[in-house]
Design a protein. Structure first.
Length: 363
């Protein structure tokens, strides 16, 4: 069945339907990863977005039970050049078409994804709709132009109540702004006693859990829409060691007096080089974000830039100069992508140990 992708600039691309047959509107973004489509589909940071994959063949190894980053995917649609009909892999349990149907996510295949990517790179991210062929393009474009982007994505994807992932090691409170399961897996590997809490949990409730460390997760949308998280960070900063990833990194910067901005088309992929300014080493990282920290806004803050993106020079890491707290814009847990930056979880564990020793010395 024919379907079409209509962008707010009037671009129309006609392709074949797969997945759900419903119409769906969202912000159209692209991801450059060659693999990892299952993790991309289930990454809560894509809430409200229609994701186009630049690699031409998607779905060839199917969908398995192990590689989900959330139970319920939040993407609004999926765009590929070609969707594999018959996946071949010993772990495969269903095709990508079957999975999208199961989760009621519309997809479109057979369109020129390279052309779509060039449009987004030239004009920036655009609102779009995957819809049937009977609609009036002019009416759809006008509606897209008048429709604003949602500002409650974090509320949509965060857990509604706290839960515990038990361990015998350090007590970590993981604040869920749209957490990928990969972050929880990395903490579990280190035998942490993890308590996952909703995005709007007050600082006093977090402190009442007697945490050894605070983890600020990734998540979707504009960080300035998550005022509850910013206020919580302000109240806890300096009391408990803190590590932030992606949206957590942006919220940390805002809480410390920095500023953020929306990027033209963001960083989404598994091969973004990032330089550690303290060691001079370059890591290949997994990234998914449409907002970034303004470097010049940090001049009057107690924050030090620790990492920069090689491709465009944007801020990729921060460290507080007075308190045990650091953040990165990229995903050290990968899922999907390389694990070059996985050592940051060990760095977080070491920071907690050092902080404990200093507290004992000062007691």
């Amino acid at each position: 069945m024919k379907r079409q992708l209509i962008l707010e600039d009037g671009t129309v691309m006609v392709g074949e339907a797969f997945g759900s047959e419903k119409d769906s509107t969202g912000e159209v973004v692209f991801n450059t990863g060659m693999t990892g489509y299952q993790e991309i589909l289930t990454d809560p940071s894509y809430c409200g977005q229609i994701v186009a994959l630049t690699y031409p063949l998607i779905g060839n190894y199917g969908v398995n039970r192990d590689d989900f980053e959330s139970v319920q995917p939040s993407v609004k649609g999926f765009i590929v050049r070609e969707a594999a009909d018959f996946p071949s892999n010993w772990r495969s349990e269903m095709s990508i078409d079957e999975y999208l149907k199961l989760k009621d996510i519309p997809g479109i295949t057979g369109i020129d994804t390279r052309k779509l990517t060039r449009i987004i790179r030239k004009y920036g991210t655009l609102k779009g709709i995957i819809c049937n062929m009977e609609v009036s393009v002019e009416e759809v474009v006008e509606k897209l132009k008048m429709t604003g982007l949602p500002n409650d994505q974090v509320k949509q994807v965060s857990v509604k109540s706290s839960y515990r992932s038990p361990g015998r090691g350090k007590r970590i409170v993981l604040v869920d702004f749209g957490m990928k399961q990969g972050i929880l897996r990395e903490l579990n590997k280190r035998d942490c006693d993890v308590v996952v809490v909703p995005y709007n949990t007050p600082a006093k409730d977090i402190l009442s859990l007697s945490p050894d460390g605070i983890m600020l997760s990734n998540g979707p949308g504009d960080p300035k829409d998550v005022q509850e998280g910013i206020e919580m960070i302000k109240e806890i900063l300096g009391k408990i060691p803190m590590f932030g990833i992606c949206l957590g990194h942006q919220l940390f910067a805002l809480a410390c007096g920095g500023d953020t901005f929306k990027m033209k088309f963001g960083h989404r992929g598994s091969n973004h080089p990032v330089k550690d300014l303290e060691t001079g080493k370059v890591a290949i990282t997994s990234q998914n974000h449409g907002y970034s920290v303004k470097e010049d806004s940090l001049l009057t803050t107690p924050l030090k830039v620790t990492h920069l993106a090689i491709n465009d020079g944007s801020v990729e890491g921060l460290k507080h100069e007075n308190y045990p707290a650091f953040t990165v814009q990229y995903h050290p847990e990968a899922s999907p992508g390389p694990d070059d930056a996985n050592y940051l979880f060990d760095q977080f564990m070491d920071m907690i140990e050092i902080n404990k020793r200093e507290e004992i010395q000062h007691a």
